[in-house]
Design a protein around this ligand. Structure first.
Ligand code: NAD
Length: 259
């Protein structure tokens, strides 16, 4: 049902972003992927997406650089049309007590996880307004609603995404554009895997203790959310049936924020 539509997914060389790109392409959307990683792997991913939906591009824009974000959106418009759908998904994590938190890590998290969404939306909205149709989605997090210790920058950034979602939804409410964010609990991706050593160190725990007592402790289902489940919700938000869902923060967290 997305034939003729174009999507940009930031941070789509891995994890949840890759699942969004695959799910949108499976519905016929032409996708522009973005993110870092091994050039050969990225090209393999791009070629596979292109096989699925006809055309796929990779753009290496660094989400810490506003001018590269704007250029990525313009390139999408020039080479694919659109963008009709943008998903602000790129994100990093760092786990440390505030007094040990390196300021450069703090700045990187705020830029990549939060400010990049603002620049992405700013560049994309005029193209969506011109078509009177658009879907704007961010991957927020359960941490856009609740906090965990030692994640000051991440929790700040994700709460910011929730505020951006609500505000922009009001601004474009009569333009055929919806703006929402999805707030997963723990999804098993490289981002989660990489924070295990730091959490082991900052809390003095073993790997098994971090997985069972810290990560899954918060999730009543005691199961990781999957990237495919998150992507399925994003695809639903692109449907016409979802046109009245706007300004919302949709939890997919195994019951975490109900507790
Ligand atoms: P991941 O590490 O698998 O993927 C992150 C992606 O962001 C990669 O493609 C990476 O190359 C890209 N990226 C990092 N820095 C970038 C930069 N400067 N410019 C462009 N791209 C950059 O992580 P993931 O778990 O798939 O996370 C995706 C999003 O989901 C993040 O915003 C994260 O906060 C959010 N999230 C993840 C979980 C989870 O449990 N994994 C839970 C809630 C929310």
């Amino acid at each position: 049902f997305l034939k003729g539509k174009t999507a940009i997914v930031t941070g789509s060389t891995s994890g949840i972003g890759l699942a969004y790109a695959q799910a949108l392409a499976a519905e016929g959307a032409q996708v522009m992927i973005n993110g870092f990683g091994d050039a050969g792997e990225i090209e393999k991913e791009r070629a596979a997406l292109e096989k699925t939906s006809g055309k796929a591009l990779y753009d290496a824009a660094d989400m810490t650089k506003p001018d590269e974000i704007a250029a990525m959106v313009q390139r999408c418009h020039d080479e694919l049309g659109g963008p009709d759908i943008v998903i602000a998904n790129a994100g990093i994590q760092h786990v440390a007590k505030i007094e040990d938190f390196p300021p450069e890590k703090f700045e990187a998290i705020i830029r990549i996880n939060m400010s990049s969404a603002w620049y992405l939306y700013r560049a994309a909205v005029p193209f969506m307004k011109a078509k009177k149709w658009g879907r704007i989605i961010a991957t927020a997090s359960a941490h856009s609603l609740v906090a965990s210790p030692n994640k000051t920058a991440y929790v700040m950034a994700k709460h910011g995404i929730a505020g951006l979602t609500k505000t922009l939804a009001l601004e474009v409410a009569t333009d055929g554009i919806t703006v929402n964010c999805i707030s997963p609990g723990y999804v098993w991706t490289p981002l989660v895997e990489h924070q295990i050593p730091d959490t082991m160190a900052s809390r003095g725990l073993s790997r098994e203790q971090v997985i069972n007592d810290v990560l899954l402790d918060a999730q009543p289902t005691k199961e990781f959310v999957t990237a495919e489940q998150v992507a399925g919700l994003a695809v639903y938000l692109c449907r016409d049936e979802a046109k009245s869902i706007t300004g919302t923060n949709l939890s997919m967290d195994g019951g975490w924020t109900a507790a």
